[in-house]
Design a protein around this ligand. Structure first.
Ligand code: FMN
Length: 263
């Protein structure tokens, strides 16, 4: 799928074909999309995930996860759940990962990068070596890093023709269930499966106006939202018809009937 169309077609899917498994290679591709995302200092071991698969992972573990995500119906239906985590221990190899970036020609001597610079400046500056500073900032940055990867993973699932969406859960319960070490914090759970909804899923979900979110030069001065660019993005499938589409109520009634849920 073309990039702009993948961005525009992604929805939080809330109804899945519970009977249809997801090919393992599709899950693998989703994980790769997260792995290749950018990361501060390339300390890629901060974002990790555990995949829970219906029919493969023991039922007790999958049931425990469904319970931990407040028994949201879509978690019962989706055959795959990816539990995205941050691992604070993943910051520890920051120095070698920076040195590898120098060796690989990514961080260059023209910009002052050297082993000596890494040791004397970077490792001593909390904004760069987050373990040298405030733990709250380190946790915040770790969540940011994880979110970057998850954003790609959501788009990769859409690109594979799958439904996907995030759900929130009780983090401590999930940590214990999946036997995670102390350094690991579960963040959000990405559900993956074939969508039981139409691709439009009722239309693109509401967003605030562009002008109210993005500023030019100074806070509060709207960045221009050129109509011709909006038209180009609409043609490319990034901007799609806004929810609710006229048939959405009927679609939701049909889905409720299919899954035996109240309307
Ligand atoms: C971090 C995060 C947690 C979310 N948790 C839930 C959830 O527990 N249950 C749910 O139905 N949707 C959840 N969502 C989905 C949002 O409600 C959804 O993204 C939002 O309504 C916009 O819709 P869209 O993703 O289709 O554009 C979550 C989204 C994010 C980013």
């Amino acid at each position: 799928m073309e990039f702009k169309r993948a961005v525009g077609t992604r929805r939080t899917t809330r109804y899945y074909q519970a009977w249809r498994p997801v090919e393992k290679e599709k899950v693998q591709k989703i994980l790769h999309a997260a792995r290749l995302q950018s990361h501060h200092g390339n300390a890629q071991e901060v974002r990790k995930a555990v995949v829970i698969t219906k029919g493969e992972t023991p039922d007790a573990v999958r049931d425990g996860l469904i319970d931990a995500v407040y028994n949201q119906p879509q978690a019962h239906q989706a055959p795959v759940a990816i539990v995205w985590c941050t691992d604070m221990a993943g910051w520890e190899p920051l120095r070698p990962t920076l040195l590898k970036l120098i060796e690989s020609g990514s961080l260059t001597s023209s910009y002052g990068w050297s082993e000596e610079f890494v040791d004397s400046v970077v490792m001593k500056t909390p904004d760069f070596n987050v373990l040298a500073g405030d733990v709250e900032f380190a946790k915040w940055l770790s969540a940011f890093e994880c979110g970057l990867g998850v954003g790609s993973a959501l788009l990769a699932a859409t690109d594979e023709g799958l439904g996907t969406g995030l759900v929130t859960g009780r983090r401590e319960q999930i940590r214990e269930l999946l036997k995670m070490p102390e350094s690991v914090i579960p963040t959000q759970i990405q559900l993956v499966g074939y969508s039981a909804e139409s691709t439009e899923a009722g239309g693109q979900r509401p967003r605030p106006d562009f002008e109210d979110l993005y500023f030019d030069g100074t806070w509060g001065t709207s960045y221009g939202n050129d109509e011709s660019v909006v038209a180009e993005l609409s043609d490319a499938g990034m901007i799609q018809a806004a929810a609710p589409l006229p048939h959405r109520k009927a679609e939701l009634r049909a889905l409720a009937g299919m899954f035996g849920l109240p309307e």
